[in-house]
Design a protein around this ligand. Structure first.
Ligand code: XMP
Length: 513
């Protein structure tokens, strides 16, 4: 079993960030619902426990409260924000509503440099606060070890029991040295080593896959996206030819996508790759359709049909592999006022008919996206796949407003490949969440040489985002925009105008349809 830290989730929007920071320290971490019983937690033999922040007040009627036996498990505990208030609530301190909400940057002054949390840190640090309630009386046998402008109890400890509390958020980037505080907790206080690396994980995952699959066959739907690609490489490492990857070309892919998949997985890795050319099946069904929702439904349904038929051709298999990631499987209990609990991913294509009976293999289900990328590199996948931006299942169809025809696909594919090329050339491609072209259904008048033109408009979309749920438009440099506009209007037949989308999400969505 990996050495691990358990995080109890009280509904903070940052709970997953805490887990990621710990893993960046090469320590495995998992997130459990706040009310997980101490005896269940103990079965996992964690080296330490973290109580996350959350939107509630400890004294509110329906406040999420943990099993009080967690304080008797004999392992180190770190309470963050709401978590420190829980320490006070359960261990004899007092929490009261603050005069005003403390929100934003503050300066932490360390009063006791023997406190292990602050090992090798300077006497004053920038920290990020976001809390309304305030600790007004320390829990029994605790002492303050650091304070801010507004609170003498910004960090507290009970050194004998290895209990620590932080009123600020060490996990967020606005606490620039916060990761070191977390590292001190997991290494110096909990005594964890640094064994959690993707290099080590390969061996562990290969063994788990072999144990699960035995001599049976596995089928994987390979989209060419990061998750399915890394899952394919990992499964291939584990079971070689027992794996068959099915790749569907729906005719709605970006330029060269199908060729890259064939080159990397078919030729380089020598995987059993079943290439399904289904452009006609998709485009004929999309003929005359302009409504965005109908397009999506048609594409989803056609995919299932094509994939189903491909699976039959692939022959009998007991297992179906999926590139499910950890954020999709974290069990969470909705907590009032917590936006993280209300927003649900709406794009997971569960996609197969219910009557198809498979056992699932999900070799990435305990990993975060950044770990999946590292794992991909570890397995020898090229950068162009590992650092690929997200691409929607319905492909270019949701970026072609109006009817999807072969010629309009061609226009968008050509414009889009210029966007990708220039974004990569300037490295912007790797810095942001997504950047792409959209083909608008409007035509406008232009002039080229001495001739009047009446052609389509391309919109360029570039957004920054953490998870696709919200997004900010990216202020790309003017010279890059100029280059994009000039290349697209010069090189893409049928386009005479380029515009830049300056809408964030909300109110816009990232895709135009
Ligand atoms: P929206 O347009 O909803 O997109 O702001 C949020 C993120 O999801 C991607 N997206 C999809 N991904 N199937 C997918 O696999 C889909 O149907 C789909 N629609 C949108 C989008 O590219 C963005 O990253």
């Amino acid at each position: 079993m990996n050495e691990q830290i358990v995080i109890l989730d009280f509904g903070s929007q940052y709970t997953q960030v805490i887990a990621r920071r710990i893993r960046e320290c090469n320590v495995y971490s998992i997130i459990l619902p706040f009310n997980t019983q101490a005896k269940e937690i103990a079965k996992l033999q964690p080296k330490g426990l973290i109580l996350s922040g959350g939107p509630s007040s400890v004294y509110a009627k329906n406040a999420p409260l943990p099993d009080k036996a967690i304080f008797k498990m004999g392992i180190p505990v770190l309470g963050i924000c709401y978590g420190v208030q829980l320490l006070a609530h359960f261990l004899g301190g007092k929490v009261e509503p603050g005069q005003k909400r403390e929100y934003g940057k503050g300066t932490l002054t360390i009063k006791d440099d023997a406190c292990l949390l602050f090992t090798k840190l300077p006497a004053a640090l920038q920290v990020w606060n976001s809390h309304g309630d305030k600790l007004t009386k320390l829990p029994k046998d605790f002492k303050p070890v650091a304070g801010t402008e507004n609170s003498a109890y910004a960090a507290i400890e009970n050194r004998a029991r290895h209990f620590y509390g932080l009123q600020f958020h060490p996990e967020v980037v606005h606490t620039p040295r916060g990761k070191e505080i977390i590292a001190n907790f997991v290494h110096k206080i909990c005594g964890c080593g640094t064994g959690w690396t993707m290099h080590n994980y390969v061996e562990q995952a290969v063994k788990a896959i072999r144990d699960q699959v035995g001599k049976e066959r596995v089928i994987l739907g390979l989209s060419g996206g990061v998750d399915s690609s890394v899952a394919a490489a990992l499964l291939h490492e584990a079971i070689g030819d027992q794996l068959t990857c099915i790749f569907v070309n729906n005719g709605l892919l970006r330029a060269n996508e199908a060729a890259i998949v064939q080159k990397v997985f078919g030729r380089h890795f020598q995987m059993k790759l079943q290439y399904e050319e289904a452009t006609r099946a998709f485009l004929s069904k999309l003929k005359g359709v302009t409504d965005p929702e109908r397009k999506r439904k048609i594409i989803g349904k056609t995919f299932i049909e094509v994939f189903h038929a491909a699976m039959k051709r692939a022959g009998k298999a007991k297992f179906l592999a999926q590139g499910t990631l950890y954020p999709d499987v974290i069990e969470s209990i909705p907590i009032a006022g917590n936006p993280a609990a209300m927003i649900k991913s709406h794009h997971n294509v569960g996609g197969l008919p219910k009557n198809m009976k498979f056992e699932l293999v999900e070799p990435l289900r305990c990993l975060f996206k950044d770990e999946v990328r590292q794992l991909g590199l570890e397995l020898g996948l090229p950068k162009e796949i590992v650092f690929r931006q997200p691409f929607p299942g319905p492909g270019l169809a949701v970026r072609i407003l109006g009817e999807v025809t072969p010629s309009r696909c061609e226009i968008l594919r050509n414009a889009d490949s210029i966007v990708v090329e220039e974004m990569k050339a300037t490295d912007w491609y790797y810095k942001i969440w997504q950047s792409f072209a959209v083909l608008l259904p409007v035509r406008s008048v232009g002039v080229m040489g001495d001739e009047r033109s009446y052609d389509y408009t391309i919109a360029i979309r570039a957004v920054e985002s953490q998870d696709g749920m919200t997004a900010d438009w990216v202020k790309l440099p003017y010279d890059l925009l100029e280059k994009l506009s000039s290349r697209i209007t010069n090189e893409v037949k049928g386009v005479n105008r380029v515009v830049f989308d300056i809408t964030s999400k909300p109110p816009g969505t990232i895709e135009w349809e």
